[in-house]
Design a protein around this ligand. Structure first.
Ligand SMILES: Cc1cc2nc3c(=O)[nH]c(=O)nc-3n(C[C@H](O)[C@H](O)[C@H](O)COP(=O)(O)O)c2cc1C
Length: 384
């Protein structure tokens, strides 16, 4: 058994710590200290992409297998960023999230095969299908929740069909192709590994057909065990096997006290408005997002109100947006919790912590070796 560990690449700027929320690194936020335009950082010629490249290299050096490059309206474009990072790194793998509905599958196959060819097969996917509501309309997509997943499934049918050269014909509800197939030598490239996100039944149906890894945010541990079992059983019915992966934020420090102090300082810097917004559901139709919100307390007076189980804090989205449950503790404790997740079915992790550059080194040097030491049946593929 091997455990794959990825890092996350913040392509939307980031604060310099969980507690100092300004200035931000990158010009996605005002008050930046690393701008996108060359020449803007103290006249050094260092641009934002250089900072992102530093993070990718730090992750590579520290033993991560690669990184997830997120895709939201407020991020840079992950296909483009991957191509730029490819020449800055040598083993780093690019996990590219995209909503299949926004790309033609034959074009996507060709883009991916070109990237595989140029990088020695370092591209892989995080297939996302969107959360509906205004965020979906931002992309011009008004398809219903289940239609979006139907489209994702058909997209992957076609992508796979054309990959090895075809000729492949397909008549679906969303896609039709005739005698399509990648040309030689693109058709010789390795098919990308597929991580698949989504918690609804429609998501599970699509994942069980096409995914190598079912990818979820962190949830209460027993809930995750049940989720993994369900996905695996569903995939087995189709005569396939699937692995499970968790995308999780962490705050790891030499001692538990130091880790919670970081959380507390971040929490104490929040406005009442941010807390009110956090407690109100958004307009998305995402089952996964609703599961993340879980049973949020009606009154939140202290960061402690958001501790849902030992070393698990459900307020991460308050500090940096995105997913909400994450792990907080000493290096030992964080490794122990990750190890427990391995025991209940996780085969891979995508970890993140702010700021991603320094934390890539810290987590790579302090936490990954402990995880490797504890998980006696598991070898971290990322570190050897
Ligand atoms: C680990 C993970 C990463 C995700 N990353 C993105 C992303 O980069 N961009 C995005 O628009 N949605 C992202 N999503 C959200 C999915 O697109 C989708 O909204 C969500 O999974 C809704 O599906 P569901 O109703 O089946 O849960 C992610 C979801 C998960 C679980």
């Amino acid at each position: 058994m091997t455990i794959d560990v990825f890092w996350r690449i913040p392509t939307h700027g980031e604060p310099s710590s969980h507690r100092n929320r300004t200035p931000h690194r990158g010009d996605w936020f005002p008050g930046d200290d690393t701008k996108a335009k060359p020449g803007s950082v103290g006249g050094t010629g260092e641009g934002y992409i250089d900072y992102v490249a530093e993070i990718a290299r730090a992750a590579e050096i520290s033993g991560f297998q690669g990184g997830l490059i997120p895709s939201f309206p407020m991020t840079d474009e992950p296909w483009v960023i991957s191509s730029l990072l490819a020449r800055e790194t040598s083993t780093f793998r690019f996990m590219i999230p995209f909503q299949p509905g926004f790309l033609n599958p034959v074009v996507a196959a060709r883009m991916t095969a070109s990237l595989q060819r140029a990088t020695g097969g370092r591209a892989l996917y995080n297939i996302i299908t969107g959360g509906g509501g205004p965020a979906q309309l931002w992309w011009g997509d008004s398809a219903s929740h289940d239609d979006r997943y139907g489209r994702t499934t058909e997209f992957l049918d076609v992508l796979k069909g054309v990959w090895n050269g075809g000729p492949f014909s397909y008549k679906g509800k969303f896609y039709q192709v005739e005698d399509a197939g990648l040309a030689h030598p693109l058709s010789q490239e390795e098919y990308p590994e597929i991580y698949f996100s989504g918690s609804s039944d429609a998501a599970l149906a699509s994942a069980s057909k096409h995914a190598d890894y079912y990818l979820t945010w962190l949830e209460p541990f027993e809930q995750l065990r049940e989720k993994f079992d369900r996905v695996k059983a569903r995939t087995q019915i189709l005569g396939r096997k699937i692995k499970c992966a968790i995308r999780v934020d962490i705050i790891a420090r030499p001692t538990e006290e130091e880790a919670w102090a970081e959380v507390e300082k971040g929490f104490n810097s929040l406005s009442r408005e941010a807390l009110d917004k956090f407690q109100n559901p958004d307009a998305s139709d995402s089952v996964g997002a609703a599961r993340q919100r879980g049973n949020r307390p009606t009154t939140i007076n202290s960061y402690k109100d958001l501790i849902i189980e030992p070393n698990v804090w459900s307020g991460f989205s308050l500090l940096r947006g995105g997913q909400t449950n994450g792990i907080v503790g000493s290096y030992e404790q964080v490794a122990e919790r990750l190890d427990q997740l391995v025991a209940l079915g996780a085969d891979a992790f995508i970890l993140a912590s702010t700021p991603h550059l320094e934390e890539a080194y810290r987590v790579g040097e302090e936490v990954l070796p402990l995880l490797r030491g504890k998980t006696d049946t598991a070898i971290l593929r990322a570190v050897g």
